[in-house]
Design a protein around this ligand. Structure first.
Ligand code: PGA
Length: 252
């Protein structure tokens, strides 16, 4: 039985004060929900103060990125060891990292491996661009990203399927499209890790998820939750996403 997981990716939004106030606003309702893993991913600079606000809470904390080395002369980077004391999850290979910061599957794999070594659960993102989708290359791109990004990864991990054309555009994939591609991801995981483990790993959909469309995605058999961008910055919308997920698929 896979426990659904809803993660809020705040991206490069919120000052420390804004992050604290958003967490204070969401925390009571998020904590009241059972049977769904709930994760907030604020910017690095807010992790410490949000961790303090969430101490003892069932709401988990995640970072949005990390570097694959544990320490050293890597000016400006954040290591897995630094995050391990602060949060439980870390997003790796988000399409914005792949696009703007040149991260390829090998770099994403190094980051995911580093996260696992430090005891963090990586949320590994994959997804095809609009051009790849329109050229009929979705299958090939997704299989390549899953194999390249996840090879050799042991222990708990989460995969997020985020078609690039659906991120921040208000144009979500259809639930059936998302379910089909996530099914492909699960078959690819089965080839990598064996069928039993593939059945246990949660796979999220991401891309323009809101309180208004989450139910369609969650109703699909292969979809175990969502990675939410824009709507995770609005307390009411994020709470609605979490509460509907619990109602439809919460594990008791
Ligand atoms: P969005 O972003 O919900 O704003 O489309 C999703 C993501 O990039 O994780």
């Amino acid at each position: 039985m896979r426990i659904p997981i809803i993660a809020g990716n705040w991206k490069m939004n919120t000052t420390v004060a804004e992050a604290e106030s958003l967490v204070r606003e969401m925390k009571p309702r998020l904590e009241a929900v059972a049977g769904v893993e709930r994760v907030l991913c604020p910017p690095f600079v807010s992790l410490a103060s949000v961790a303090a606000l969430l101490r003892g809470s069932s709401v988990k904390l995640g970072a949005q990125n990390l570097y694959h080395e544990d320490k050293g002369a890597f000016t400006g980077e954040i290591s897995p060891l630094m995050l391990a004391g602060l949060c439980q999850y870390v997003i790796v290979g988000h399409s914005e990292r792949r696009k703007y910061f040149g991260e390829d599957n090998a770099a994403v794999n190094r980051k995911a491996q580093a996260a696992r070594r430090a005891g963090l659960v990586p949320i590994v993102c994959v997804g095809e661009t609009l051009a790849e989708n329109e050229a009929g290359r979705t299958r090939e791109v997704i299989v390549g990203q899953v194999q390249g990004s996840l090879a050799g990864l042991e222990g708990p991990l989460v995969v997020a399927y985020e078609p690039v054309w659906a991120i921040g555009t208000g144009r979500a994939a259809t639930a059936a499209q998302a379910n089909a591609t996530i099914g492909l991801i699960r078959r690819t995981l089965a080839a990598l890790f064996g069928a039993a483990r593939a059945q246990e790993l949660p796979i999220q959909y991401g891309g323009s998820v809101t309180g208004a469309n989450i139910a369609e995605f969650i109703a699909q058999p292969e979809i175990d939750g969502a990675l939410v961008g824009g709507a995770s910055l609005r307390a009411g919308d994020f709470i609605a996403i979490v509460e509907q997920t619990a109602r439809l698929k919460g594990v008791r």
